[in-house]
Ligand binder design. Structure first.
Ligand SMILES: C[S@@+](CC[C@H](N)C(=O)[O-])C[C@H]1O[C@@H](n2cnc3c(N)ncnc32)[C@H](O)[C@@H]1O
Length: 224
């Protein structure tokens, strides 16, 4: 698939990372099928076995969705972006490239990842792409790392099903009018997002939302 990004070095890196992530999908699908067969299974409770299994899994955002996020950030002229769920940094690379390409002052993607091994790989990828200066990668649980953002946010990517609502709740006070929040897999994993939709659909929180027909559903929510 050709890319709207014109940075050839970045596109080559993304080609490699997307291919690596795609090769892991069948194994992840099989693991998840087995997990969901357990009676008391709850995605919000990550046990040791799940941590071990996912430690080397990228679970990168699909390429078309990531390019859509790049386009949205360009359309918004985004300067301050938040990403909940960084992993190896694939989607972060698109967001950081958009902030760079917008040529805004102090452009930054505030990204967060709790697995130190994944965070280290993400940093290497940012460096290889020449995008490190546009990323503030906060290591730790996002329920701590996304506190006190100090300043308006133009765009947020929620790529983390278990703690999507706590992430949005923390960022919500900083979302500027017209800011866009994109959340992955809101059709296929709708059952995991009850609290997220309750938050987004509460008029007091000033959002308007719609589910876009990307594979698995992609939620596009605007701060009004
Ligand atoms: C779906 S992956 C993100 C993929 C990434 N956006 C990409 O496109 O490459 C979700 C990531 O969130 C991380 N994560 C899960 N719970 C977290 C939490 N409470 N705080 C911070 N990171 C968390 C996981 O370790 C995992 O790497």
């Amino acid at each position: 698939m050709s890319s709207p990004l014109s940075d050839h070095k970045l596109v080559a890196l993304l080609d490699r990372l997307h291919a690596q992530s795609d090769r892991q999908i069948a194994e992840i699908d099989e693991y998840c099928i087995q997990l969901e067969k357990k009676d008391d299974f709850d995605w919000r409770v990550f046990d040791d076995d799940m941590h071990r299994f996912f430690a080397d899994k990228m679970v990168a955002l699909d390429r078309d969705k990531a390019e859509f996020c790049y386009q949205l950030c360009r359309a918004l002229g985004a300067s301050r972006v938040v990403e909940a769920g960084t992993s190896f940094g694939v989607s972060t690379l698109y967001l950081a490239a958009a902030v760079r390409d917008n040529r805004v002052e102090d452009g930054l993607v505030i990204a967060t990842e709790w697995d130190p091994g994944k965070a280290a790989i993400a940093r290497r990828n940012f460096s290889e792409a020449g995008l490190s200066e546009f990323v503030d990668l906060r290591e730790g649980d996002l329920r701590q790392t996304l506190r006190g953002l100090e300043g308006g946010i133009d765009f947020m990517l929620v790529d983390i099903w278990e703690v999507a609502k706590p992430a949005l709740e923390l960022v919500s006070p900083y979302l500027l009018t017209g800011a866009v929040v994109v959340c992955d897999n809101t059709t296929v994993d709708r059952g995991e997002y009850d609290d997220y939709f309750e938050f987004v659909e509460n008029p007091a929180n000033r959002f308007r939302t719609m589910t876009l027909p990307f594979q698995g559903g992609l939620e596009l929510t605007v701060r009004i």
